[in-house]
Write a protein that binds this ligand. Structure first.
Ligand code: ACO
Length: 399
């Protein structure tokens, strides 16, 4: 019953915890992670069951609501996702202003902040938070597809009201006004499952960013935009792009796996094996295991080959046999195989972190809402000052 946090505040005591890796900043009933055993549950449901039996729409509803939807509830939520898929026509001008080689994460973060100007009513005080959540989830997906089209110099493709969330995304990404595009149902399924794999992961860096911004009572768009920026970093969601670039680099370098293993072990070299290791998992990341199963299914059913997959498998084998990785409990994380899967359904490398953001969005929204509902305190970590003591002031003409 003792509120340690309050006690510390009153006595002026505080602890040093680099990266807050051992500090709980609050309570949450959304996601449970047991990093030692590689267990991940959302709202009490095992990730494995959600991936096997649910659609992304269902799990998004679960994240936002806390319960799985009935058939009618899912139909209504899907209707909201469909009916709110367009973005304001005036926002199209923004796309035209970005250089064509802009990173899609830069476009996404800016556009999500801009949504607050076009949809100012979309806030937590709305009586129906389902609509708020569905609108944001739907529009961010549309913005993501539009930013890809912009980067290709192609005309944007509008969403269709007869398609569900994932099919609609593939249609907007790869459809064209001049060529018929047949959506492969297996691609839709793989995308749907991949998005579920990314949907939430406790107080990770981007979710903490969302909550930090939200803790100042900034609006949902500002908070989500901050989450997108945090996710972009290569130690976090940006690792999926870095992994593909690393695989390509290894292949160009005679596929010399051992050279890269040695580089990752060399403490004088900043290189790290991308897609390996995790701040919480000291066991195989359950999301990576499920991604590998999806990979096998897609590659076998569509008879796909990708030389990068051979490099990935050989790299994983070599790392897992190496005492350096064994002693430090470093295993593949979700980013190690997700990029190869996305490549196989046509997603380009620079869109990979955007795909992560689309998956994580319902989790961010749920975490933001939970924080606001609980009226969480403003995030205000302490620091240990290591600068100079008080110094005599010297006027500028005497320095
Ligand atoms: N390659 C080589 N060595 C590694 C790696 C790696 N990928 N990851 C950790 N290590 C080493 C560290 O150098 C450290 O060694 P030391 O004990 O000799 O000093 C030890 O393992 C422990 O590592 P930490 O840095 O303490 O691990 P931390 O929890 O801080 O970092 C992180 C986790 C950032 C994910 C790290 O493993 C990493 O940089 N991985 C590569 C980037 C990556 O894949 N990020 C995606 C993470 S998943 C996600 O965000 C969705």
């Amino acid at each position: 019953g003792i509120d340690i946090s309050k006690l510390y505040r009153e006595t002026g005591a505080y602890t040093y915890d680099s990266g807050f890796s051992n500090t709980a900043a609050g309570f949450s009933n959304i996601t449970y992670i047991d990093g030692a055993n590689g267990t991940l549950r959302m709202r009490g449901y095992n990730l494995h069951d959600l991936v096997k039996h649910c659609s992304f729409r269902e799990v998004a509803y679960l994240m936002v609501h806390g319960t799985l939807p009935s058939k009618n509830e899912l139909d209504l939520f899907s209707k909201y996702l469909t009916e709110h898929s367009l973005v304001h026509e005036d926002m199209h001008h923004f796309f035209a202003g970005f250089p064509s080689d802009s990173h899609p994460m830069a476009i996404l973060a800016s556009m999500v902040t801009s949504l607050s100007s076009f949809y100012p009513d979309l806030n937590q005080e709305d009586s129906n938070f389902d609509i708020t959540a569905a609108r944001l989830i739907s529009k961010v997906r549309t913005i993501a597809a539009f930013s890809y089209k912009k980067s290709k110099g192609q005309p944007i493709v509008y969403p269709r009201y007869d398609l569900y969330y994932c099919e609609n995304f593939l249609h907007m990404m790869f459809g064209s006004p001049v060529r018929k595009y047949e959506i492969d149902p297996l691609h839709t399924k793989i995308l749907d499952k991949l998005l579920i794999l990314h949907i939430d992961h406790g107080q990770n860096c981007s979710t903490s960013a969302v909550k930090l911004i939200g803790s100042a009572r900034a609006n949902l768009y500002a908070a989500i935009s901050a989450g997108i920026c945090a996710l972009w970093g290569p130690l976090h969601g940006g690792a999926n792009q870095a992994v593909i670039e690393m695989f390509k680099c290894i292949r160009k370098d005679n596929n010399d796996i051992q050279k890269y293993i040695n580089m990752a072990k060399d403490k004088s070299n900043p290189f790290r094996l991308m897609g390996f290791g995790h701040a919480v998992y000291k066991n195989y990341d359950p999301r990576a295991r499920l991604a590998k199963e999806l990979l096998d299914e897609l590659f076998q059913k569509r008879n796909i080959t990708d030389p990068l997959l051979d490099t990935a498998r050989r790299l994983e084998d070599a790392a897992l046999k190496d005492p350096y990785f064994q002693e430090r409990k470093l295993y593949p994380n979700i980013d190690f195989y997700s990029g190869i899967l996305y490549r196989a359904i046509g997603i380009p490398t620079n869109m990979l972190t955007v795909m992560f953001a689309l998956g994580r969005l319902p989790g961010w929204i749920a975490q933001w809402k939970e924080f606001c509902d609980n009226k969480g305190r403003i995030y205000r970590p302490r620091q240990i000052y290591t600068g100079p003591g008080e110094r005599p002031f010297v006027p500028i003409d005497q320095r």
